[in-house]
Design a protein around this ligand. Structure first.
Ligand code: GLN
Length: 312
């Protein structure tokens, strides 16, 4: 499918937003204390096309923390920096069938199952360049700023909240230190991982980041190449199989679009060669996916025939 002319898309999104924002169900994430303060009524939808047009409805310019939606992008960065072979030795590409924060490694290879769950993302965070924690944080933030096409910042409160309470992630990091999957001090790696999760973005930013993937790694607003073309399909395939956690199979079956969700309540979806979609609404379901985000993506995919596995 393809999306129709500008006015139609704006009207469509306004109407979709009106219906979606009335959906109930789900609950704001509370295991990170700072996230529990989010307003459950917020709801924003944005679309960005590979020719640089953006459309939005509702709270598309409200900032929230990117959380796990950061994972595919740091994975792409790691592939570019170290190559496919080195990264595959550290992190696999198999779905876990378990929760995003499960404390489990692939026993055959002794590595995290995939880069979309916390274990894999923490291992990948070790690849961020820099001699000091401050330098690594800066390089990470630069990556996300280039993807969004504007200067982003870190939500210090959310970062601190997770630093103080993220003991499960700490356990995962120490387990990987034990098995030799990470080499640096876990606290150092967790520091940049927690900061990465606390980057502040809007739904519009995420749509642009998704459109950058749809556009083979070139940000369609700035024209800047952010990800090497050859790794874009690595990112999209793991998003397709693992991006929605243990809902990924059903999601692919129902929607047929590579996507990634985060616990602050956002979903980013990519239609290669066409456009990026982002939805933000804090209440999440038992898998950790935004309830209104899932509903909105399902409708957009159906109405514009965007399922990548359908030829008509
Ligand atoms: N920062 C969160 C965590 O590590 C990210 C998880 C998510 O968005 N699913 O638990």
């Amino acid at each position: 499918g393809e999306i129709p002319s500008s006015g139609l898309v704006s009207d469509y999104l306004a109407e979709l937003h009106f219906r979606i924002s009335h959906l109930s169900g789900g609950a704001v994430a509370s295991y990170i204390p700072e996230l529990a303060k989010a307003d459950p009524k917020l709801c924003g939808i944005a679309i960005a096309t590979i020719d640089g047009k953006t459309y939005s409805a509702g709270d598309a310019d409200v900032e929230f923390t990117i959380q796990s939606v950061s994972k595919p992008f740091v994975y792409g960065y790691a592939l570019e920096r170290h190559g496919r072979e080195a990264i595959l030795q550290r992190v696999g590409v198999e779905p876990t069938g378990e929760a995003f924060n499960s404390i489990v490694l692939d026993e055959v290879h002794n590595r995290p199952f995939n880069p979309m769950v916390n274990a894999g993302a923490i291992a990948i965070a070790e690849t961020i360049k820099g001699a000091t924690p401050a330098e690594r944080a800066q390089n990470m933030l630069t990556l996300f700023s280039r993807l969004a096409g504007r200067r982003l910042s870190i939500d210090e409160q959310v970062y601190r909240s997770e630093l103080e309470t993220g003991h499960r992630n700490r356990a995962i990091a120490y387990m990987m230190l034990n098995s030799g999957m990470i080499r640096r001090a876990p606290e150092d790696i967790l520091d940049v991982y927690f900061r990465q999760c606390a980057v502040r973005v809007t739904a519009r930013d995420l749509a642009v980041m998704a459109a950058t993937l749809a556009n083979d790694g070139v940000n369609p607003l700035s024209g800047e190449r952010v990800i090497a073309t050859e790794y874009v399909s690595d990112i999209l395939t793991v998003m397709n199989t693992c991006g929605m956690y243990n809902y990924a199979g059903q999601w692919s079956y129902d929607v047929g679009i590579p996507a990634k969700s985060g616990v602050a309540g956002s979903i980013l979806a990519v239609i290669p060669g066409q456009l990026g979609i982002a939805v933000f609404s804090p209440p999440i379901d038992q898998h950790g996916n935004s309830v209104r985000g899932v509903a909105a993506c399902k409708e957009i995919a159906q109405d514009f025939r965007l399922n990548i596995f359908r030829s008509h």
